[in-house]
Design a protein around this ligand. Sequence first.
Ligand code: ATP
Ligand code: MG
Ligand code: MG
Ligand code: MG
Length: 564
Amino acid sequence: MAAQVQRMSRLMVKTLRDDPADAETLSHKLLVRAGFVRRNAAGIWTWLPLGKKVFENVSRIIREEMDAIGGQEVLLPALLPKEPYEASGRWEEYGDLLFRVKDRKGADYLLGPTHEEIFTQTVKDQCTSYKDLPVILYQIQTKYRDEARPRSGVLRGREFQMKDSYSFDTTDEGLAEAYALHRAAYQKIFERLGLDYRICSAVSGAMGGSASEEFLAPAPAGEDTFADCPACDFAANTEAVTFALKPVEGAGHGPVEDLDTPDTPTIETLAEHLGVPASATLKNLLVKVDGEIVAVGVPGDREVDLGKLAEQLAPAEVELVTAEDFEGRPDLVRGYVGPQGLDKVRYIADPRVAPGTAWITGANKPDTHAKNVVCGRDFEVDDYLDVVVVQDGDPCPACGTGLKLDRAIEIGHIFQLGRKYADAFQLDVLGQNGKPVRVTMGSYGIGVSRAVAALAEQNADDKGLVWSREVAPADVHVVAAGKAAQTELALSVSEQLAEAGVRVLVDDRAGVSPGVKFTDAELFGIPTILVAGRRTAEGVVELKDRRTGEREELPVAEAIARLT
Ligand code: ATP
Ligand code: MG
Ligand code: MG
Ligand code: MG
């Protein structure tokens, strides 16, 4: 299919030689300098023609992969009534992050930061029987969050574009399957985009719910710090480090109890007490009481209460289980409590155990350790505390190698929400036996606008942006470097390429020096630059690979053949 030739002489684009004064990150500088985006206000951006093309290419890849897992695209409003967010508790919970607006009658509305509530209502309205499920719905839509520090260009907008999807199932297995489908689709999406990324276990923050993983793209501009193992595939977001726990009232298992542990037993004491060998694998341990896991810890120098716990629980049967016991136990996340106590809880989630439903047990008072607690049953996550960075060189919980700390951009996030929203909205469908079944949900996000910036962060060089073919605003950037003859050749080559379906941007501007055109071409980052220059009379053009810088002179026909 023939593609359009985009002529620079008619393109609305103004490139800048200097970085914008307020820009701190590479993507911010380059996307503005190349004329891909324009800032309207803090965290509020316009996508200009070239930027919009990249944005649409990223969106297309996401759509294709979402459609491939059976996702159905919808478009929900961004302007939303308050009531559903009151029902879920997030009208309050979101605090200052929420843009709240009033209509002319004084009624409260909000600009949607994410859409769990509205999707839940949609499905409650549209699906009535188990036969209507499972369903995966998605949208690519504008979101609003009044971010405290909307710096970094489109990396962190206050208005930004997200692909959000939501899965609805009647069974936990169904949810696990929808989660796995999304996980695999995200891997394909980020691979096709050409993003370098890691999958990390994560806390689910204001989403509520339990299992969640983040897709992190390593880049110095990232605002997340993550611990990366150079030897195995372990990676964890250090954002998942600290949290305060709140006892669940009337849970039936007694309140969380603090144990003072001045004489904390060592792992050896504990092992002896339990009559198990204090082998090295005990470093990752859980305690099982009558088959139920009640504590988890990686004892360090001052760990932990497990000996006392065992004592208190006697004569219940207490057994130690090791790292292998995590295998196939998606409801477990392991972690450990550092010597500093509550506000210095150090926690590394193990990606092998997500998705899950149980949090680690944790200290809830300095130098203590909660006993006999199961998250969800006995306590819930109450508040997130300051992030405590896992130290460079800390041992990897999976293989023991020294961890390396890196900065990364959160480009995607997947959650198993469970029934939190279904409960809030009484989302039931009629089950096979005629009785109502409560629906279980997942929610899955990709920052589409952020992904564009993340690509810029990972691929740019000192000359400018560098796009892969799938996302680039064009396949070939043809430069007419000279006078009328060069322009004529450039236009003719462009037409021939377009005929063959190649997307071409041709720099046919009159009165602009070749030097300026080359500089702009490097800045735009289109994968191949074709120059009609000094050897035009001989019918020879130059091909340049933007990424590698390799150049080659070729007869026109050969160059065209190469590119089609
Ligand atoms: P962050 O930790 O960066 O604030 P988040 O965890 O609050 O992100 P989620 O609620 O998980 O974000 O939203 C899903 C995805 O939306 C994120 O993984 C990210 O890619 C994108 N996203 C979130 N906030 C922004 C923002 N302010 N600007 C651009 N993209 C964003
Ligand atoms: Mg956020
Ligand atoms: Mg986050
Ligand atoms: Mg997130």
